[in-house]
Write a protein that binds this ligand. Structure first.
Ligand code: GLC
Length: 696
């Protein structure tokens, strides 16, 4: 494969304000109040007034309230509908909000609306990083479990007042559904409308609705109950126990294939399993405990001395996988972890630590159990991971230099350098830890470094990794050998090295972050994980996010085909395959990591679709997947250009194929679940403006 390097752009980074401290002052205040013998209801009200996040004390108060008032819990039977409506409401564009009568909406909310009927910007986020509890579409006063627990509860006695408000709610929900349907119809016609101008990053997308998740409400009835049940059952069977507690899930449970290392708990594979357990309503068997145990157990493994041959790895490295063995001699269970020493190519998994931080934030966001992330050992674990990536060195780029095979693609595939898969995860983890790190002692200094890196990294990626029709044309016309700092072609990309396929692949409408950028090297391949993570973490601008979705629609046959989803496009063939993969027989063209199809990735696509207000794209993909995945025995991957064939060496009953599907369904059914894994845009980061330098 030919490589090339490109670049343009000029824009200034905005200095960061001082970090938003992560404090527990509110809790202390509450304790003081509690000392004054406040009624639980008063204390809770106080908490809400203060817009404090729900601390364990608040949880306790809620519990007390629950016990005291049966009525209150009965009343909550409409919580989920109400939550759904609220999420939808907050994401409606102001023009659409005007179609509702203000008093009707306010009554439904039973609280002042965050956004007036005229206001579009209803986010409770500030300029800085939003605190965990104050995400859009989520009412901090309503515990998630409560809201979810109410699902499926039988009819209960309701007062006339309650009946009236329920009727109003139903009426409003109906209205929202009608609106949602119209939106879906509109969205469905997107592919047929005249082409928009090429979405270069300088383009202003006035109409972009980053959180228009309301249209997903219409998709509630897409349930495929039997398949879901089978998936939950199989997921449960994959649980791995250590000293009686579930600590993870097996990578695969294929009785017909050799186990190899698939009988281990992989950190990255556990992420969708963990998310499924978090997103599932408590009443239906949701299981945040396994996530907590997993996070603590892997943290414990991080503390091990990691040695490969005579070389010791960095303290912060998290394992790729671990397994539980029974030591019959000592008659007890032991853990065996792999930090890359047993992996193909002996590369440490750079992604593991990032996934660990991301999952920790999801756990905290979902359960509101702040005690875990605040534990000194958890804070230390986070810091160790971050120190590995934030240390000063010879780098001139804010991106992270990586060896081939250090991520989900754990074999040689030409990923070395600065792969987008890792950079996007790096950014995501930086932003998650920014929310969880306590500014105590060395924490303050670290937070400053994180802020600086977040700014530099987003600037670099948004500008140098971005490719659309306009940008491709710019690169095609690059001058080379520009020496000064005014160079447009900053990395000296030789235009002749642009591979032919990119010219055909690039639609007029659509764009994406390319696979890798380094001196005289641009890997133009499309990588799904990097692009979706960039959307979820808001590494890309809202305009870029929507343009990535456009690309998926425009290149559906290539990127989705008959089974979602291509991990990378296109495949390396012939000479490129030989030189880049080193003749890897597992990574032959359109197989496995080399253009193979991975159903496990469906949750990432679904999350990105909901975030960009395009749930119908995810729905289409999920429908394709539902036609075959269970019948084929939940394979790890599919082969072929259209993803038609079960992969040559694919394991069946691959756990993340199962849990990835469950997470996708849980998000489509309840779009508010997106908030567990997604971050709002960081308002402090300036939007890139693509301009041509004078040296062009
Ligand atoms: C393969 C995949 C890797 C995954 C592991 C366990 O090695 O390449 O991404 O984590 O299997 O499923």
């Amino acid at each position: 494969m030919r490589d090339i390097i490109a670049v343009t752009k000029e824009s200034g980074a905005v200095p960061l304000p001082s970090p938003t401290p992560f404090s527990r002052d509110g809790e202390k205040e509450l304790e003081a109040f509690s000392g004054k013998e406040m009624e639980p209801a008063d204390s809770l009200f106080y908490l809400q007034q203060k817009e404090e996040r729900r601390t364990p004390i608040a949880e306790q108060l809620l519990e007390t309230l629950e016990k005291e008032s049966d009525e209150a819990s009965e009343k909550s039977s409409d919580f989920s509908a109400l939550q759904g409506f609220k999420s939808a409401w907050y994401s409606l564009p102001s023009a659409e909000k005007k179609n509702f009568k203000e008093d009707e909406v306010s009554e439904c909310f039973e609280e002042p609306l965050l956004g007036s009927l005229e206001t579009d910007d209803v986010k409770s986020t500030h300029n800085g990083e939003a605190p965990l509890e104050s995400r859009e579409g989520e009412n901090p006063s309503i515990p998630k479990e409560k809201c979810q627990d109410s699902i499926g509860k039988g009819e209960s006695y309701k007062s006339q007042e309650e009946n009236e408000s329920t009727e109003k709610l139903e009426k409003l929900n109906k209205m929202v559904r009608v609106h949602s349907y119209e939106k879906i119809v509109d969205d469905a016609s997107v592919a047929h409308i005249p082409l928009k101008s090429c979405a270069s990053i300088g383009t202003n997308f006035e109409n972009f609705e980053p959180n228009s998740i309301y249209s997903a409400i219409k998709l509630n009835n897409t349930e495929n109950t039997a398949m879901m049940e089978e998936a939950w059952e199989t997921l449960k069977k994959s649980y791995v126990y250590y000293k009686g507690l579930p600590v993870g899930t097996l990578a695969a449970m294929d009785p017909t294939a050799e186990a190899l290392n698939y009988n281990q708990v992989f950190v990255r594979d556990f992420v969708p399993s963990g998310l499924a357990c978090l997103m599932r309503p408590a009443s239906a068997g949701g299981d945040p405990e396994i996530v907590k145990n997993f996070l603590l157990k892997t943290l414990h493994l991080q503390g091990w001395e990691k040695r490969i041959d005579n070389f010791t790895l960095g303290e912060g490295v998290m394992p790729a996988s671990f397994k539980v063995l029974y030591d019959s001699h000592r008659q007890r269970e032991t853990l065996v972890a792999d930090f890359g020493g047993s992996a193909i190519g002996r590369v440490a998994p750079v992604d593991s630590g990032f996934w660990w931080i991301i999952l920790l934030r999801s756990y905290t966001k979902c359960t509101h159990d702040y005690t875990l992330s605040e534990k000194p050992e958890v804070q230390r674990g986070m810091k160790l991971i971050l120190n590995l990536c934030l240390s000063d060195g010879f780098d001139t780029f804010p991106t992270l230099l990586c060896a081939d095979g250090c991520s989900m693609i754990d074999r040689r595939m030409g990923i070395y350098g600065y792969p987008i898969e890792i950079q996007a995860l790096f950014y995501f983890a930086l932003r998650c830890s920014r929310q969880m790190l306590k500014p105590e002692r060395d924490g303050k200094e670290l937070i400053k470094r994180i802020d600086k890196r977040i700014t530099a990294l987003s600037y670099h990626i948004r500008n140098y990794y971005w490719l659309d029709f306009t940008q491709l044309n710019n690169i095609y016309r690059y001058k080379t050998e520009e020496y000064s700092h005014t160079a447009v072609n900053k990395f000296n990309v030789i235009p002749e090295s642009i591979p032919d396929w990119v010219f055909d692949f690039m639609p007029l409408r659509g764009g994406y972050l390319i696979g890798n950028v380094s001196p005289a090297r641009m890997d133009f391949r499309w990588f799904l994980v990097g692009n979706c993570i960039a959307i979820l973490s808001s590494l890309v601008t809202p305009a870029q996010a929507t343009t990535i979705m456009d690309l998926i629609e425009e290149r559906w046959e290539d990127l989705i085909g008959e089974m979602p989803l291509k991990i990378v496009y296109p495949a390396l063939e012939g000479h490129d395959w030989r030189t880049v993969t080193g003749f890897d027989p597992k990574n032959t063209r359109w197989s496995y990591h080399n253009g193979g199809t991975w159903p496990a990735l469906i949750w990432l696509l679904t999350a990105a679709c909901i975030k960009t207000g395009r749930p119908q794209i995810a729905k289409r993909a999920i429908e394709l997947l539902e036609q075959r995945l269970s019948k084929d025995g939940w394979p790890e991957y599919y082969d072929g250009k259209a993803g038609r064939y079960v992969g040559k060496q694919a394991r069946r009953y691959q756990t993340w194929s199962i849990s990835g599907y469950l997470v996708a369904k849980l998000m489509i059914e309840n779009p508010a679940n997106l908030l567990i894994i997604s971050l709002e845009e960081d308002k402090r980061i300036s939007k890139p403006k693509l301009t041509r330098s004078i040296s062009f």
